[in-house]
Design a protein around this ligand. Structure first.
Ligand code: G3I
Length: 388
């Protein structure tokens, strides 16, 4: 079994950066030149070193060398109203995820009345800009339409009817976008937190039973056999009880021949908590099951104000996840949950926290952005046929 070693190689003006190199019990750490290297193991030797970038290349250009999709969540209000935002989304990213407009409450605000326009607009934008779309999300306990949650709560929607409604929702949505969505987060945030995660007590778990995840995957697959089907959750970046619950679930689903193709790790990090440094091993175990993996919602928040330590920590945090992805043969996508602080969800949800994205409110690249660029530019990579 190959082992990897993460070596802290220094603190540049940009912040702390990591080198990942091949390591066996006896191997010397990867030689680091030029202050930073993110070299990916090839089983004892370092492969092909790509030429250093001479210009300020967009992330999508750099990520293409790795066969990696680089994505962002897209706020459709911003995409419509802010030309600078729109041009950055097009320039920097090869994948887009709807931040909100593919969620159930947005797609079907009134029962039977679908509002496709914002989601269709994103899909069209992506097509025009040569981007792939990551579908988010078919089943989640948040952002459900009121007609659904109220109907279930007051008993006017029976368990049997709920099953039909869920099946129809998945089928209708996946068919609507058939052939246009690379992958779907079929079920989002299915497990509880803590030391002994169990399936969340959602209306789906309550009324469709514990096999609702398998059912949802089968229904989605029937509606678009070419779409990759993912489960997706937060606080799963490390090896921990929650990620292990997913690992066990994935094994079970695959054994039952349920169409599960990938695991999404959200990657919402917070500098006050330890870095998920065993992310490479964590992704690798899902990879060994034959699943694709992806970081689907990366951001790194901290308590304001910004200072040099936090800036450095943020660079290291983004890089740790990106490098974990590069170390994993089928890690197909690295998506940030917003790329500019101008539109980040973080300040609205965490009092006093912010600055969680790679660009500031004026779309100026922060050290975190330069760190991502550098890792993508410098990392040699034996896994460049990832299947994105
Ligand atoms: O739709 C209403 C709109 O009608 C109203 O005018 C507006 C006024 O504030 O609110 C709008 O709803 C907001 C919605 O985003 C759309 O902008 C909600 O208040 C707000 O709570 C909602 O927040 C979203 C959150 O999911 C909801 O749980 C964030 O933007 C979005 O970034 C966040 O994304 C989630 C992922 O889907 C799953 N993983 C975690 C991630 C962060 O929470």
């Amino acid at each position: 079994m190959r082992k990897f070693r993460i070596v802290l190689v220094g603190v540049l003006a940009a912040g702390s950066l990591y080198s990942i190199g091949p390591s066996t019990a006896t191997a010397a750490p990867t030689k680091v030149t030029g202050g930073i290297a993110a070299q990916v193991a090839t089983g004892g030797s370092v492969a092909h070193v790509p030429p250093a970038p001479s210009t300020d290349l967009p992330l999508r250009t750099l990520a293409r060398e790795h066969g990696l999709g680089i994505g962002t969540a897209v706020d459709m209000t911003a995409l419509d109203a802010d030309p600078e935002y729109r041009s950055r989304v097009a320039r920097e990213f090869s994948a887009v995820t709807a931040e909100n407009v593919m969620k159930w409450e947005s797609l079907e605000p009134a029962r039977g009345e679908y509002n496709w326009a914002p989601a269709d607009e994103l899909v069209d934008f992506a097509r025009r800009n040569g981007q792939k779309v990551h579908g988010h999300t078919l089943l989640w306990h948040n952002q459900l339409p009121a007609w659904l949650t109220q109907g279930v709560a007051d008993g006017s929607i029976s368990p049997a009817e709920l099953r039909t409604i869920v099946r129809n929702h998945i089928t209708t949505v996946v068919k609507h976008f058939r052939g246009k969505i690379r992958a779907w987060d079929v079920v989002n945030e299915a497990f509880t937190d803590g030391d002994s995660p169990v399936l969340r007590d959602t209306i789906f778990r309550q009324h469709l039973g514990p096999n609702y995840i398998a059912d949802a995957l089968r229904w989605a697959h029937a509606a678009d056999p070419s779409a990759k089907l993912f489960l997706n959750d937060y606080a799963t970046d490390n090896i921990n009880p929650k990620s292990t619950a997913y690992y066990e679930l994935a094994k079970q689903l695959l054994k039952q021949r349920v169409p599960l193709h990938g695991m999404g790790f959200q990657g919402h990090l917070d500098l006050q908590y330890p870095l998920p440094i065993d992310a490479p091993e964590n992704l690798r175990r899902f990879d060994r099951l034959g699943l694709q993996t992806a970081f689907t919602e990366v951001d790194v928040r901290f308590f304001l104000p910004v200072d040099t330590y936090k800036t450095a920590g943020q660079v290291g945090s983004f890089n740790t996840l990106l490098q974990a992805c590069l170390l994993t043969p089928r890690c197909v996508m690295f998506t940030v949950w917003g790329f500019s602080d101008k539109y980040s969800w973080v300040p609205g949800w965490f009092d006093g926290q912010g600055s969680a994205t790679p660009m500031d409110e004026n779309f100026q690249p922060k050290p975190a952005y330069r760190g991502l660029q550098q890792v993508l530019a410098v990392a040699s990579d034996p896994n460049s046929r990832r299947g994105f």
